[in-house]
Design a protein around this ligand. Structure first.
Ligand code: A2P
Length: 345
């Protein structure tokens, strides 16, 4: 059995990756419906070698759909959730709209796959920085509990959408040509620059992105004893986030053991050549499903504490891939289970 799948925000940075990931993973799609705003209705995108015309999203779009992959903004997700769920269509939402709703599972398949199966119509896809960090943190945490993480992130343009990716390229070109450039998608000059994350500032001095990382990680790992403090920074990289994680454990975690755990961890590749001072870089992870890890070392200033460097494609594991893996857990897993049950009957 295949599924009717629609993509809400199909023309966006994550939307086009949804299309590619569905195709590459051979997700059982019967019909694919591409949805966006009126602005890009009529545009054509390809799926499995065939043209698909983008249609305007309406409240009737979800009729006969089994799965809706949303990445169009929190407002669009909030506005269309009821229409989607009432139509009996599973919503996998890449926005932050419902992530902290206790009724909505927040899922990283390598960490809490069972949470996905308990959904009530909506599964939330976590924040990209959170997913990428957890791929490295969780296998370590399972072995020796993590007490505290101090994170510094180096975040790509793609997290702010297609317009920000274009702005990085256009402003870099303008800078090299000596031409003036006025930022539109982002609040500050981006070429040859970096700035603290552009998400809204909160009263306690953290920006929302930093708080998301702390709160979402606790929900996904279902462990309020893990405390995370982050400084999130936007850097002039197109689509891959990097993160420096200082991780304090409740008991000793030898470097060799951490490497062994990370080498075995699903979705993680250890990439390094110490002799050549070669560690994971954004260009290693761009377009890759795995998160790349290296530079695991004992913090010389604190016992039971390691420093770890992690790099992951923001559009794939940080967004489209993780969302489609969630859908696979619920829909494709269910079909496989039914087949086994039918064969046994
Ligand atoms: P459109 O191309 O019509 O603007 P990104 O995250 O890269 O900025 O992409 C956002 C995606 O969300 C785009 O596909 C965009 O479509 C879509 N989108 C934005 N606002 C709406 C809306 N009100 N209804 C449907 N789709 C929307």
């Amino acid at each position: 059995m295949g599924f009717n799948v629609c993509i809400v925000g199909a023309t966006g940075a994550v939307g086009v990756e949804f299309i590619k990931v569905l195709e590459r993973r051979n997700f059982p799609v019967d019909k694919l419906l591409l949805l966006a705003s009126k602005r890009s209705a009529g545009t054509t995108l390809q799926f499995r070698g065939k043209d698909h015309v983008v249609q305007e999203l309406t409240h009737d779009s979800f009729k006969s759909q089994h799965l809706a992959l949303f990445s169009a903004s929190g407002k669009v997700s909030r506005d269309y959730r009821d229409s989607c769920v009432k139509a009996g269509c599973l919503m996998v939402d890449n926005s932050s709209a419902f992530r902290m709703d206790p009724e909505v599972p927040l899922v990283v398949p390598e960490v809490n796959p069972d949470a996905a199966k308990a959904h009530k119509g909506v599964i939330a896809n976590p924040n990209c920085t959170t997913i990428i960090a957890l791929l490295a943190l969780y296998p370590l945490h399972r072995a020796v509990p993590i007490r505290r993480v101090v994170a510094a992130t180096y975040q790509a343009a793609s997290g702010a959408g297609h317009a920000a990716m274009e702005e990085l390229q256009d402003s870099t070109r303008a800078w090299l040509d000596g031409k003036p450039f006025t930022p539109k998608a982002l609040p500050h000059p981006y070429a040859f620059n970096l700035f603290p994350h552009n998400s809204p500032m909160t009263d306690n001095g953290y920006c929302e992105e930093e708080l998301k990382m702390a709160r979402e990680s606790v929900k996904i790992m279902a462990d309020p004893s893990v405390r995370i403090t982050a400084t999130c920074v936007r850097v002039p990289v197109l689509r891959t986030h990097a993160e420096a994680l200082n991780i304090e454990f409740a008991a000793p975690m030898p470097v060799a053991r951490a490497y062994e755990l990370l080498r075995k961890a699903p979705g993680v590749t250890v990439l390094e050549d110490r002799a050549r001072n070669r560690w994971p870089m954004p260009i290693d992870a761009a377009g890759e499903d795995d998160v790349f890890v290296g530079r695991v070392r004992q913090d010389l200033t604190l016992p039971n504490t390691l420093d770890v460097w992690v790099v992951g494609d923001q559009l794939l594991k940080g967004a489209a891939l993780n969302a489609i893996q969630c859908a696979e857990l619920v829909l494709v897993g269910a079909v496989a289970r039914n087949k086994v049950a039918a064969a046994k009957a």
